[in-house]
Design a binder for this molecule. Structure first.
Ligand code: PLP
Length: 381
């Protein structure tokens, strides 16, 4: 880390070219289905504006967020960077909002060209009522629940909608979607049960394109692709096929700067709770990154960093702003103040850090803190 970046405790590098390459891999695998990009939660913590701009340039036409505020911010980011000059102006990318349109925010959808996901019969009615009030056809995505029991029309509401199709008057259904509960377990019988429920649900609805697969769902086979796939995590390097080789390119690097190195005697303890006691003369390197930055407390006794090709075990507890590593076995010249310890990178990907923390790559990414210096590696597009 050099210059301005060295002020931060760590440098988070985000490889936009790798994100674009991952999107193309998923798109090619899902073709002829279209490939959207899920950029909710600030693109899983990596920066929705930067990620979506790169993917829109690469040809992605459909983006998915969770909330209306994410949708508004994304629309602004995509509008600010759309090509000008003599280029033919392409139609703006579609933005779907998974958590739907809260009654106080319906007009925001119209104003910013956002498309709500309707998650209940009540959502359908209130969107249809707005369409009637405005005397317009309003686009919407319909979510049918096939086994998550979170959002989406449950079977009884779906049956009522099928019996009373007029309730959709004024609503232009651009997509019917459902979401898999067990896509990361390819042999789980639930995947096929949900698929059958989804096919049956569509048969009772007006004709509309369908979307079923998240990242892992794309790898369940073409039967799961339908018309549009919705990957999130795999774009950002999380493996969609846990247990097998990861087909995605790594996207993030996290290099933490060593603040201080000290030598302690055998018997000296390190950190809160005095949980680690040196069993030999030990050199301890402290870096300025902690659980407030997304390095989970559960990494105590299990986590590692890397200096060059050498693994350095995390010792003691994870503090809010600091963690400590045993660097005794690394040449002194490499473990000095201002040298860096790799927390995410070639030696330890997002999934490996997650496994050490007892969680999933999704949570590692979305927990990455706001205090890092960030560097975006350009796409080259
Ligand atoms: C988050 C989400 C996705 C993306 O899932 P990944 O597992 O990250 O690919 C797709 N669809 C819905 C409805 C989601 O909530």
């Amino acid at each position: 880390m050099t210059g301005l970046e060295s002020r931060a405790g760590a440098l988070l590098s985000i490889d936009l070219a790798a994100i674009v390459a991952n999107w193309r891999t998923l798109r090619d695998r899902a073709a002829p289905a279209e490939c959207a990009a899920v950029v909710k939660a600030d693109a899983y913590g990596l920066g929705a504006a930067e990620v979506a701009t790169a993917l829109a340039t690469a040809g992605c036409r459909v983006f998915v967020v969770a909330t209306v505020d994410e949708g508004i911010a994304l629309r602004e980011a995509l509008t600010a960077t759309s090509p000008g000059g003599m280029e033919p102006v392409p139609s703006p990318p579609a933005i779907f909002v998974l958590n739907g349109a809260p009654s106080g925010a319906q007009m925001e959808f119209v104003r910013h060209g956002l498309i709500p996901v309707l998650n209940s019969l009540a959502d359908v009615d209130s969107w249809a009522m707005l369409a009637e009030m405005l005397g317009a056809q309003l686009p919407a995505v319909l979510h049918v629940d096939t086994g998550m029991a979170r959002l989406g029309l449950p079977p009884d509401e779906l049956a009522r909608l099928a019996a009373e199709p007029d309730r959709l008057e004024g609503v232009r259904l651009v997509l019917v979607l459902s979401h898999l509960a067990c896509a990361d377990e390819p042999d789980h019988p639930f995947n096929h049960r949900q698929r059958e429920a989804f096919v049956a649900a569509r048969a009772n609805l007006p004709a509309a394109p369908a979307s079923f697969a998240n990242s892992s769902g794309i790898f369940l086979g073409t039967d799961f692709h339908f018309d549009l796939v919705r990957p999130g995590a795999a774009l950002y390097g999380v493996s969609p096929v846990p247990g097998g080789p990861n087909p995605m390119r790594p996207v993030v690097r996290l290099d933490a700067r060593i603040l201080q190195v000290r030598e302690i005697d055998s018997g000296t303890t390190v950190g809160y709770g005095a949980t680690f006691e040196a069993g030999r003369r030990t050199r301890v390197a402290t870096v300025g990154v902690g659980y407030a930055d997304g390095l989970f407390r559960s990494l105590a006794g299990r986590g590692s960093g890397w200096i060059g090709d050498r693994r350095v075990p995390l010792v003691g507890r994870v503090s809010m702003d600091l963690i400590t590593f045993d660097v005794t076995d690394v040449p002194e010249a490499l473990a000095q103040p201002d040298a860096t310890i790799e927390l995410l990178g070639d030696h330890q990907g997002v999934d490996a850090l997650a496994a050490a923390a007892g969680t999933i790559g999704y949570e590692v990414l979305t927990s990455l803190g706001a205090r890092y210096a960030r560097r975006y590696e350009p796409t080259g597009l």
